[in-house]
Design a protein around this ligand. Structure first.
Ligand SMILES: [Zn+2]
Length: 251
């Protein structure tokens, strides 16, 4: 994998990079978003739920989000803000980092998209919160999906597919690259296990909320397939580090 940006070891989505007043970056194993995005970098104690927090404008109330130790930060899986000059970020190693930008209202969000959060409609929850807090319309939002485990490598148990079925996301979860979503056949024989497509689920959730298809972007990079450059928990287990994905309003 070659570096796609001016800062070594960071990845960018063109669809987000050209939005006015917005800056974003996805870390690989070889770079830090702190070299490219505004400080401070606000983070969460990620707990695989669907809670969305709004970053406080007040500096003192913002401090818990800047704590170096995960356990000291507020528990949630998405963080949104319209404060400029502050980066909101999530940490991942196989789970999807999802960045949302509304350049019209000057609002952004960083979302930790593991299967549990996605099965609880976390993308829809974030978009609803951005509408409530900032007046953001999904039609004006862009959604960027960073590196995460791909359908090639994400074999899951039935409980995962059952959970996606409960929120109307089974077809997206079972989508394989190159196969139309309308094809209802299972992805592979049962003996091979079921492969789950988290990027397709995130895309389907954003689309269902009203984000235009041309504003949903993905890097299409599987962490497990590219574990020399990307941290993959499934490949490396406890030896895997975490990569930050961050986004900021910069006007
Ligand atoms: Zn893969």
């Amino acid at each position: 994998m070659s570096d796609q940006g001016p800062e070594a070891g960071l990845l960018y989505l063109d669809g987000l990079a050209y939005l006015p007043g917005i800056a974003h970056a996805f870390e690989t194993r070889h770079g830090s978003i702190r070299d490219a995005l505004p400080s401070p970098v606000a983070r969460l104690q990620q707990v695989h739920g669907n809670t969305v927090l709004v970053l406080p404008h007040d500096r003192d109330r913002r401090l818990p989000f800047l704590e170096p130790d995960t356990a000291d930060r507020p528990p949630a899986d998405a963080l949104t803000t319209n404060t400029s000059g502050v980066t909101v970020a999530v940490a991942v190693a196989d789970c999807l980092p999802i960045l949302i930008a509304d350049p019209d209202r000057g609002a952004v969000a960083a979302v930790h998209g593991g299967w549990r959060g996605l099965a609880r409609d976390i993308v829809a929850t974030v978009l609803a919160r951005m509408a409530e807090e900032f007046g953001s319309s999904p039609a004006d939002c862009s959604v960027g999906i960073g590196p995460g485990i791909g359908p090639c490598c994400y074999e899951v148990g039935e409980e995962v597919i059952t959970a996606f079925d409960a929120v109307g996301m089974k077809d997206a979860a079972l989508q394989l690259p190159g196969r139309p979503q309308s094809d209802k056949r299972g992805p592979r024989g049962a003996a091979e296990g079921v492969h789950c497509n988290l990027p397709a689920v995130a895309t389907a959730q954003a689309r269902r909320c009203g984000v235009p298809a041309e504003r949903v972007f993905g890097l299409d990079l599987c962490t497990r397939c590219h574990s020399d450059d990307l941290w993959s928990y499934r490949r490396l287990g406890n030896a895997a580090g975490r990569m930050l994905a961050g986004i900021a309003v910069i006007r």
